[in-house]
Write a protein that binds this ligand. Structure first.
Ligand SMILES: Nc1nc2c(ncn2[C@@H]2O[C@H](COP(=O)(O)OP(=O)(O)OP(=O)(O)O)[C@@H](O)[C@H]2O)c(=O)[nH]1
Length: 329
């Protein structure tokens, strides 16, 4: 074994002796030597399929938490990734003594998402309190995988819930900004749903929501489409890098719901229909999730006022019309 300096050799050998229990995984980073290299024991190498021929691994490329999480579908969670990164920075700067995280990891060999807890401490610090040597332990969580997945889903429809929508939209906007790709948002709302509920009851209303959700999910087949229940009888679809027109996808969804032919005794068309508003952009540094939602919402509002059961694209003229109406009002 070759170590770049005596300090790493000393601590690596020490932990190798002290923590040789089966199943314990640990890592070391010497920030003064190279903050982009971590050393770990064989348990950790096996667990994350790291190169077993070397003790040195790249933080930015192969670290299961900090490594290129854009490629790791499990950590497609902008909020979580940000929190983990902030903890790491706080630890380095001496603002906290240790961190304790949970993180999901996509295991390509098993083809499933595994869950881990991660704890780390600064073993050595300089006079200003900045960490010099970091040490961490990673443990596999065995029971939380299902719970973690469930916490992202809406209980009634099984679609992604609102919290997951917020997280995915942030993540996809950031990704699209970096990759100069299109991000689109379609907002859909069931027409006259209050009348449906009032006339047929809430149980029937729930069944209708389930049917509509399934139908929307069936139309949005691309692996990058994220279908969510935005709230109540409103659904949102986030699309990344849509090549064909998003207006076609919106129209396909509208048609699919109409084709279901769910009877609606209190609507003009006598069936359940959907109104949709959508917007697309290649995000700039100033594009926010809030702005994209507002645009798609405004287009949806127009679809409602134009007579429902239709798709409307966001257009800047809608903003002008809206502000004129507000002034007149
Ligand atoms: N059954 C059921 N109803 C829900 C649920 N969430 C929201 N709703 C109902 O959805 C209805 C939405 O009504 P409104 O916001 O007035 O909209 P609308 O009647 O669809 O009118 P338009 O949007 O203009 O077509 C309300 O009656 C809510 O009670 C749910 O989980 N289950």
């Amino acid at each position: 074994m070759t170590f770049p300096n005596k300090r790493i050799e000393k601590y690596y050998t020490l932990y190798q002796e002290l923590l040789s229990f089966s199943g314990v995984s640990w890592w070391l980073i010497d920030l003064e030597d190279n903050s982009n290299v971590f050393y770990c024991n064989s348990n950790m190498r096996d667990m994350f399929s790291l190169d077993s021929n070397t003790l040195q691994h790249s933080v930015s490329k192969t670290c299961p938490i900090a490594g290129d999480y854009n490629k790791n579908i499990a950590v497609k969670d902008a909020h979580k990734a940000k929190r983990i990164f902030e903890d790491y920075c706080d630890l380095r700067l001496g603002r906290i003594d240790e961190y304790h995280n949970r993180f999901p990891y996509y295991d390509a060999n098993q083809g499933e998402i595994l869950y881990f807890t991660s704890k780390a401490r600064a073993i050595l610090r300089d006079d200003c309190g900045n960490a010099q040597l970091l040490f961490g332990i990673i443990e596999r969580e065995r029971t939380s995988a299902k719970l973690f997945k469930l916490s992202k889903l809406d209980a009634l429809t099984g679609l992604n819930n609102r919290r997951e929508f917020d997280s995915q939209l942030d993540f996809i906007i950031n990704l699209a900004r970096r990759e100069r790709q299109l991000v689109s948002l379609i907002m859909c709302d069931i027409d006259c749903f209050k009348a449906y509920n009032d006339f047929l009851g809430h149980y029937q209303g729930d069944q209708c929501l389930i049917q509509v959700s399934q139908a929307i999910a069936e139309v949005c087949v691309r692996s990058t489409d994220v279908v969510c229940r935005y709230g109540g009888e409103e659904f949102a679809i986030i699309c990344y890098g849509q090549q064909e027109s998003v207006s076609q996808l919106a129209e396909d969804i509208r048609l699919k719901i109409a084709e279901l032919g769910i009877p609606h005794p209190r609507s003009k068309s006598k069936i359940v229909t959907l109104s949709l508003g959508f917007t697309s952009c290649i995000p700039s540094n100033f594009t926010s999730a809030k702005e994209i939602i507002q645009k798609a919402d405004l287009a949806l509002y127009q679809a409602k006022t134009y007579g429902k059961n239709q798709c409307v694209a966001f257009d800047n003229q809608l903003v002008e019309q809206e502000s004129q109406l507000t002034q007149q009002g």
